[in-house]
Design a protein around this ligand. Structure first.
Ligand code: ANZ
Ligand code: ZN
Length: 870
């Protein structure tokens, strides 16, 4: 037969599937549902290999589940709002909308060329007013349900561009375009009250059994629940502003006798008040702000402080006072923005104390250590142990001491209030969704001088983005637009202003999976019954980079939607799979410039692999394997691969080469290996297609034919299992084995083929085609046709495993003589007692042990063990 030609076959079969509307999913289909979803792409321009991997995996699951008789929902859409569109507008003077839709058109074609079994009739783009109007309606419903707040928060302000910057736009403390030092400004912003659900979101993580442990841990840490004690320290003398105490949050009240200092955040009210009269402190506070207030910035920075001269009184000893510092490593928005520092048992406190000569005192020593000689110098002791140097706490465990301190201070009062109270703190913050950007979903509220903030009435939704905008000047184009923001107050009719902030694009992606269940619905975001019927997504697949924010926001959003009656469940994703990255070798020429993979060819010789520059013929050095990135030029364009080898080859290689959660190294050799397998399957099918085969298994099956049938059914069972568990590389390995087994029988039987073997071969080939179909759907259709099978592979049920063929022919049993193991016997699995006994007594080891004596009894425990009693 001729070589398989994907260039002809792939578009042809895509047309056939399309013509039959094979992947359109109906909501009224009575079969059991299965919802498989891959994280929808941002329309950046072109698809990359990461997309190919992600969507190839999802498609295997979709096609497999369809063959298993499920009503499969496998939709696709576009996470289409976001900054890159605005950047493109600024750099290339193209409208964000035009840029976005052009990218969508390109990427849609690319995805279609992959032959994915998607229901394109459900396609959505989050920048479409038909989508975001519902998001606005939901925002208003959340507002009414008390899930939305408006409060001030800090933003990054670029003083030159006069604009708010996203965190990613701040590079080393400077604006990415202007290079100006970024300032922190307070702005009024909209927040979603995710913290209302902190406990619920945390507790429910335990139930997410089909999520990777790693992701579950990351979510737990992000929510960051910590139980501790809030303690009020009196100030020795009342500070300016009448401040006479300092409240701290601690998770280690047991270490109270190890306290050496107090510290407050640079924007703590005490620091702010003191700075009014103290320019040097004011300067220090400003400096801290410039350093940035992100957790990473604080983690990295050298620990620095400013001694206020105030002193705080130790709660257990009125004669013991501690210096109060303003310190750059204390965050205002955690706990109370103030701490007591215990250098011996906290690394940051130790670094700080060492820098300022504050010393330390060990109060927890490891079990059995000599408290006198156990000291700390550069490394804090944060392990378990018993309390020392701590008066009434001495000898207690950390847990006991925490309890003892808490109950004692809770019982004490000052000014009529307890000195301490138990408190739970969360790292999780409310979700600030305001963005001062054009290309996002407008927040549907109106500001009126007399009525305050007024929701846009439902019948005026969507609040659509104006199209006539310019990006010539810095700042938010919505704010600058000559007319858009001017409107009438819906309540009093007076002149009013629209909110010009748009929503964080994470809002768009927090509910798209629910919208897919009924994307054409015009009057509501979702139909509750329909959404509940489809959700949760059975299998969600995407990158680990979304392990925290996207997944947590979606989990919160589902609960918020439940609260306003849009869905009836809590958890959106029952199963989550995070795939690894696609990585590639890097290449550099003699001048040190990066060279693209398509500019070289690889030669493998005695001396190993060498890379040769195609145009110059010069050798190029092969560098490390890195994530595909434009900067290192190690990107392989899926279009090029599909053009030269076809989508099936690309899909097959993606799935075959490594476990799906690990990185896959894209290599030309690997692609060629996949390509050879495509051709091999095609030849195998064509070489045997002509053999006439009986439709039912012949009564007598010879050994070789039976062996092939067993191989077929074993593979069938194993591949089904592997796909169910997303072990695609295992499935591929099993399929290779079956192909080898078929090849061997074809090679062995030149010429005439007996009916039993003809049957076995035909069965094996059909199963092989069905097994490769989820991964290489086009090749599978072409082979199916070549075998003159009926219909399309894409419409077939998954083949049924004949359980009898999975049974091993023989079984090996351990053999004991008088209870002592003397050997093993291998017999037919269905061998009768007499033949087992004969085989056992013939064993050399058994005969030696019996030493010529007769067997009194031979006990056979079926399928388990044989015992000879002498
Ligand atoms: C005294 C102490 C002694 C502490 C010790 C730790 C070890 P988590 O677990 O993250 O909740 N802390 C409290 N508020 C802070 C803030 N706003 N900025 C920076 N650090 C703050 O951490 C709680 C611990 O972090 C608290 O317990 C406090 O230091 C510090 F041996 O109090 B600890
Ligand atoms: Zn009004």
């Amino acid at each position: 037969a001729e070589r398989y030609n994907p260039k002809e076959s792939e578009p042809k079969w895509q047309g056939v599937w399309n013509g039959k509307d094979l992947f359109r999913t109906r909501n009224d289909d009575p079969r059991e549902k299965y919802y498989v979803l891959e994280m929808f792409p941002y329309p950046s321009g072109r698809i990359h290999m990461g997309h190919v991997r992600n969507y190839a995996m999802g498609d295997v699951v979709a096609r497999y589940k369809r063959a298993r008789g499920f009503n499969v929902l496998h939709p696709m859409g576009w996470d289409a709002f976001g900054m890159p569109a605005e950047n493109a507008a600024m750099q290339n003077r193209v409208h964000p909308q035009e840029w976005t839709y052009a990218n969508i058109a390109t990427m849609r074609d690319q995805l279609k060329s992959m032959g994915l079994s998607l229901d394109w009739s459900r396609e959505i783009a989050t920048c479409d007013p038909a989508y975001y109007r519902h998001q606005q309606a939901m925002f208003l419903a959340f507002l009414e349900a008390g899930l939305v707040d408006r409060k001030t928060a800090k933003v990054n302000w670029d003083p030159v561009d006069q604009t708010v910057l996203a965190n990613e736009q701040v590079i080393d403390g400077r604006g990415w375009r202007s290079g100006a030092l970024v300032e922190q400004r307070e702005l009024t912003q909209w927040f979603l009250r995710i913290t209302d659900y902190a406990d619920e979101l945390l507790d429910a993580i335990d139930g997410l059994e089909r999520w990777p442990d790693k992701v579950r841990t990351m979510q737990r840490n992000w929510i960051g629940r910590s139980e501790g004690l809030s303690i009020r320290f009196a100030l020795e003398e009342t500070a300016p502003g009448g401040i006479d105490e300092l409240e701290v949050f601690t998770t280690r009240p047991d270490t109270l006798y190890g306290a050496r200092f107090m510290a407050v955040a640079p924007d703590h009210p005490l620091a702010r008040r003191l700075a009014q009269d103290n320019p040097a402190l004011g300067e220090f506070v400003d400096e801290c702000k410039r350093m940035g207030t992100s957790a990473e910035a604080i983690e990295k920075a050298e620990k620095r402080g400013f001694d206020t001269g105030l002193r705080a009184v130790h709660p257990f000893d009125p004669s013991w006072t501690l210096p109060v510092y303003v310190a750059n490593f204390i965050l205002m928005d955690y706990g109370t923005g103030a701490i007591f520092g215990c250098p011996a048992h906290d690394q940051r406190d130790l670094d700080f104390a060492n820098a300022y000569g504050l010393g330390n005192r060990v109060v927890v020593a490891p079990e059995g250590a000599d408290p006198e000689s156990f000291t700390v110098s550069d490394e804090a002791y944060i392990g378990e142990g018993r309390l020392v140097n701590s008066h009434f706490l001495d000898g207690m465990s950390i847990g006991e001491a925490k309890e003892a301190v808490a109950s004692r201070l809770e019982a004490e009062t000052r000014g009529g209030r307890p000195v301490a109270s138990r408190k739970v703190n969360y790292r999780l913050r409310d979700w600030g969704i305001s963005r001062q950007r054009y290309w996002g979903c407008p927040i549907p509220v109106i500001h009126c001088d007399s009525c305050g903030t007024v929701p846009v009435p439902e019948d005026q939704l969507p609040v659509a983005l104006p199209e006539d905008i310019d990006f010539e000047k810095p700042g938010n184009p919505l704010d600058r637009h000559p007319s858009w923001k001017h409107c009438k107050c819906p309540k009093c009719g007076a002149d009013a202003r629209r909110e010009t902030d748009t929503m964080d694009t994470f809002v768009d992606s927090s509910w798209y999976f629910a919208r897919f269940t009924d994307p054409a619905l015009t009057d509501r975001p979702t139909d509750k019954a329909t959404a509940d019927a489809w959700l949760p997504v059975n299998q969600y697949i995407g990158g680990i980079e979304h392990a925290i924010l996207h997944l947590l926001y979606s989990r919160f959003f589902t609960r918020a939607m439940r609260k306003v009656g849009l869905v009836g469940l809590d958890e959106p994703f029952a199963g989550l799979f995070t795939q690894g990255m696609v990585v590639h070798e890097t290449y550099k020429d003699a001048s040190g410039a990066w060279v693209q993979p398509n500019e070289i060819r690889i030669e493998s010789g005695e001396a190993g692999r060498r890379a040769i520059h195609l145009s110059s013929g010069a050798e190029v050095s092969i560098g490390s394997i890195e994530k595909m990135s434009k900067s290192k030029k190690n990107v392989v364009d899926p279009d090029d691969i599909i053009a030269s080898y076809g989508a099936d080859t690309a899909r097959w290689f993606m799935l075959s080469d490594s476990p799906p959660e690990r990185d896959v190294i894209w290599t030309e050799e690997g692609v060629q290996g996949a390509w050879r397998f495509v051709q091999r399957v095609w030849r195998l099918v064509n070489d045997s297609a002509a053999t006439a085969a009986p439709a039912t298994p012949p009564a007598d099956c010879a050994q070789d034919a039976l062996a092939l049938r067993k191989a077929t059914h074993r593979t069938l069972a194993a591949v089904g299992d592997a796909i169910e568990n997303l072990r695609f590389n295992v499935a591929v390995a099993k399929i290779y084995e079956l192909a080898n087994a078929i090849s061997a029988t074809v090679a062995a039987k030149q010429g005439e083929t007996a009916p039993d073997m003809a049957f076995a071969q035909r069965e094996a080939l059909q199963v092989l085609i069905q097994l490769i179909a989820p991964m290489m759907p086009h090749l599978a259709e072409e082979c199916w046709t070549a075998l003159e099978c009926e219909g399309l592979v894409a419409e077939q049920n998954w083949p049924v495993v004949e359980a009898a063929l999975l049974v091993e022919d023989s079984i090996t049993l351990p053999v004991q003589v008088n209870g002592k193991k003397r050997g093993d016997v291998t017999v037919a699995r269905d061998a009768d007692a007499k033949s087992i006994e004969e085989a056992v007594l013939a064993l050399e080891g058994v005969q030696r042990a019996m030493d010529g004596k007769p067997a009194r009894k031979v006990i056979i425990v079926p399928q388990r063990i044989v015992n000879v009693v002498v």
